[in-house]
Ligand binder design. Structure first.
Ligand SMILES: NC(=O)C1=CN([C@@H]2O[C@H](COP(=O)(O)OP(=O)(O)OC[C@H]3O[C@@H](n4cnc5c(N)ncnc54)[C@H](OP(=O)(O)O)[C@@H]3O)[C@@H](O)[C@H]2O)C=CC1
Ligand SMILES: O=C([O-])CC(=O)C(=O)O
Length: 419
């Protein structure tokens, strides 16, 4: 049975799982009709092996140009998402499909990466996307091979990662997840758009982003981000609460460093109603101690309440991070994102991924903000997060092509979700 979609590619309803090469090829049946007629027995061909496939209603033939209501639409944008059957994606995909991130004139293709273990759940996600009838969502494909799913991706949102289990050393987590991001970096390098923007969410996200970019030498290192926007949003919320203002009055909020408990929410440069935070909040002891720790450990407190890590607010922050790159930054303001440090003006060590203040013209690119004030407190805190990231980097040297790994992580190295 053949299936057509907008780019006139022809697909066979066969999906073979190659992620773990030791596994026997496995076929998945996918229905492909508006009436959900079950597909006949899948035909397996060489071409169909390892393919990521269009799903259900998204396999229908359509011609964007011929449709009256789509004449003012932009060219379809390809967004790949890993961990697509996970909790964060379950919120994020619907935001992407609704037009909230790219706007009401931007049709979207979602390319969902799962695994053998999550494939059925991935079908469930795709079914929910079908049933949501989003006009802008023109294609959904699902697959378990990053070399297929990432093909022509213009955005890659790398969310899937193994959660740290009881008794697992952080070095072990760095290694297991690092391997995922090394493989995905290679796949992006091989098949994604040369200008793909990559946002790494799976923890430990800064070092995973470093591993990913090192394995993708043909894609500009500048295009890789580690998500620290959730930390920025958490910091704005805490400052607003303390100052008794709504959170839209808080601006210029930088998170420096690692997405871990060494991150530095910068109250020296942040503003409330346009004034320096320290002029509005006179309790500087609170800023240095309670506020900083609240932001650093917010993820852990939430896990204690919810029994799982932040998912909805993380999805919101991924959408925020993307919007910050595709819309011009408001005059005088900035946003935080974890980016490659080479050439940074702050004296932070080269060759790591570090959260810093950025501005964008809305073209997907960004520049680092230059007019930043430092004091001793801020410098000292930044240095601690920098030391932690340098230690993480030594720990994954075998995955970045820099020799033999040597793990001397600081004792208190923790993800925000760990207490
Ligand atoms: N940067 C940030 O601000 C934040 C980051 N996070 C991080 O985001 C990541 C995803 O969170 P969330 O969506 O809630 O997690 P879920 O557990 O709901 O989903 C994670 C997905 O990761 C995939 N995965 C990849 N490798 C493995 C593996 N070895 N073992 C188990 N699962 C694996 C699974 O999908 P599949 O089987 O398809 O591969 C799974 O669906 C986590 O690493 C979390 O720590 C969370 C909150 C904030
Ligand atoms: O540690 C986790 O998985 C959760 C996390 O990153 C956060 O809430 O910031």
């Amino acid at each position: 049975m053949l299936c057509f979609h907008s780019r006139q590619t022809v697909s066979l309803f066969t999906l073979v799982g190659p992620l773990d090469q030791s596994l026997e090829p496995k076929s998945f049946k996918i229905t492909c009709s508006v009436n959900q007629v079950p597909a006949p027995v899948a035909v397996q061909t060489e071409e169909a092996k390892n393919k990521s496939e269009c799903f259900g209603v998204f396999c229908q033939t359509y011609d964007l140009k011929a449709e009256e209501e789509t004449k003012s639409w932009k060219k379809l944008i390809n967004v790949a998402v890993s961990g697509a059957a996970g909790m964060i994606s379950n919120h994020l995909l619907f935001k992407l499909a609704s037009g909230e991130v790219f706007g009401p004139d931007q049709p979207v293709a979602l390319k969902l990466l799962g695994s053998e273990r999550s494939f059925q759940a991935l079908e469930g996600v795709a079914m929910e996307l079908e049933d949501s009838l989003y006009p802008l969502l023109r294609e959904v494909s699902i697959g378990i091979n990053p070399y297929e799913v990432f093909e022509d991706a213009e955005w890659a949102l790398l969310i899937g990662a193994k959660p740290r289990g009881p008794g697992m050393e952080r070095a072990g987590l760095l290694d297991i997840n690092g391997q995922i991001f090394a493989e995905q970096g290679k796949a992006l390098n091989a098949v994604a758009s040369r200008n793909v923007k990559v946002i790494v969410v799976g923890n430990p996200c800064n070092t995973n982003a470093l591993i990913c970019l090192k394995n993708a030498p043909d894609i500009p290192a500048k295009n890789f981000h580690a998500l620290t926007r959730l930390d920025e949003n958490r910091a704005k919320c805490q400052l607003a609460l303390k100052a008794g203002v709504f959170y839209d009055k808080v601006s210029n909020m930088t998170i420096w460093g690692n997405h871990s408990t060494t991150q530095v929410p910068d109250f020296l440069n942040a503003r409330i109603n346009g004034s320096p935070v320290k002029e509005v909040i006179k309790d500087h002891k609170w800023l240095e101690e309670e506020f900083t720790e609240k932001v650093q450990k917010r993820g852990g407190v939430l896990i204690q309440k919810w029994g799982r890590s932040s998912a909805a607010s993380t999805a919101v922050s991924i959408a925020d991070a993307m919007k910050s790159l595709v819309t011009p930054t408001p005059e005088g303001d900035w946003f935080s994102t974890g980016v490659y440090t080479n050439g940074n003006p702050y004296g932070i060590a080269q060759d790591i991924v570090f959260s810093m203040p950025c501005r964008s013209k809305g073209d997907g690119d960004y520049e680092l903000v230059k007019d930043i004030t430092f004091d001793e407190y801020l410098r000292k805190r930044i240095a601690k997060s920098e030391a932690e990231l340098l230690a993480e980097k030594r720990c994954v040297a075998h995955l970045t092509g820099e020799g033999v790994a040597f793990c001397d992580l600081p004792e208190d190295t923790m993800l925000p979700g760990e207490m």
